[in-house]
Write a protein that binds this ligand. Structure first.
Ligand code: PLP
Length: 360
């Protein structure tokens, strides 16, 4: 099937097959990665290679630590304020959809966040222009969600923080490694793996080293960036198999020519799908402002909403599964992450046209 799920999501077939071939007996060790000590030489090589390949992919300098966490991106909603500011500190949040809204609400427990821009009134179909946002002069950081998985809005470039002590923090869960990013513009980037780079259970945190070491005293040890960095993500037992799998995906992305090549493929896939929606004469509608449409998650509705259920059921019968929109917004959502082949999107586009022709 072609799997359009938002996450956990489709993974590259070649990587799954490689993992399968190594599942039972990892490279002659007689053990599975799942059965090995996380402090043994095999896993040590796995985690180091995963980190080094990710550094190559995103050109991450040594000024940044690359950490592998558990707990999902949701846990980072708390870890960010716990590590970067004090309970009484001001921070800025831009809310462009459900995920940045959750991050903003969680931060209220650990600092004094201000909602400096919200797209709620326009049903989260926009990204603010940078002169539209008023940053607080004393904010410790500015938090954004790089790509809103449910609403399908994506930052195409990133705001500058206004004051020197403030830093930019981004949840990139659903567009991580889908395109090149200038990591040096950020203080922290975090991403759950389960969309573009692996199975759920691994969360990647890229953090500028000088921002670590001043966490709030109440910070659980497992959420302290400095502790994880000092122990090379091995303070406790890490999600070994997930990290191994992410490493295989990073290798595959490098083999594809790196993130510029990956972005070109993603832009092509998204382009044909949005063109089909926009060219349907209103039969299908994508509500998101064109300039900020996500390359990863394409939400749309059918003008005749009573046909949506049928659309999703018939698509599934033709091998295009998990197209149902998020329960909070309804409609249809096609998630077309790195591992979705062009052929899958072409098949969906052909189905869109055929379904429309059958329902005049
Ligand atoms: N942020 C974004 C953009 C997401 O898409 C998701 C999950 O889909 C999350 C955060 C939450 O991630 P997790 O389930 O790993 O906590």
């Amino acid at each position: 099937v072609y799997n359009f799920a938002a996450g956990p999501a489709t993974l590259p077939e070649s990587v799954l097959l490689k993992a399968q071939s190594e599942l039972y007996n990892y490279r002659g060790s007689g053990m599975s990665i799942m059965e090995m000590s996380h402090r043994g030489k095999e896993f040590d090589a796995v985690i180091k290679k995963a980190e080094s390949d990710l550094r190559t992919l995103l050109s991450i300098s040594d000024d940044f630590a690359v950490l592998f966490f558990q707990g999902g991106a949701t846990t980072q909603f708390a870890a960010v304020p716990l590590n970067l500011c004090k309970l009484e500190d001001h921070t800025d949040y831009i809310v462009t959809g459900s995920w940045s809204d959750k991050a903003f609400k969680e931060a209220q427990k650990f600092c004094k966040p201000s909602l400096i821009w919200s797209g709620k009134a326009e049903k989260y179909t926009k990204i603010p222009s940078f002169d539209e946002i008023q940053q607080n002069p004393d904010a410790k950081y500015l938090h954004i969600c790089g790509n809103e998985t449910i609403h399908g809005v994506e930052f195409k470039d990133y705001p500058e923080t206004k004051n020197q002590t403030s830093i930019l923090v981004a949840d990139m869960s659903s567009n991580f490694c889908s395109k090149p990013v200038d990591v040096s513009k950020f203080g922290v980037i975090y991403a759950g793996a389960q969309k573009n780079v692996g199975p759920s259970g691994v969360t990647i945190v890229i953090v500028r080293r000088d921002l670590m070491g001043d966490a709030q005293p109440i910070t659980p040890v497992m959420l302290d960036y400095k502790t994880q960095s000092d122990h090379a993500s091995l303070y406790n037992t890490p999600p070994c198999y997930g990290i191994y799998f992410c490493g295989l995906v990073f290798e595959d992305l490098l083999d594809q020519g790196g993130l510029e090549a990956v972005e070109r493929k993603n832009a092509k896939k998204a382009g044909i799908l949005y063109d089909a929606i926009d060219g349907s004469g209103g039969f299908y509608v994508c509500p998101v402002e064109k300039s900020v449409r996500s390359l990863m998650n394409v939400p749309f509705t059918l003008q005749k909403s009573e046909l949506e259920k049928k659309f999703i059921e018939e698509a599934a019968k033709e091998g295009m599964v998990q197209l149902k929109g998020h329960r909070s917004v309804g409609g249809v959502r096609a998630s077309i992450y790195n591992a979705m082949p062009l052929a899958g999107v072409e098949k969906l586009v052909a189905f869109l046209k055929d379904f429309q022709a059958r329902h005049p």
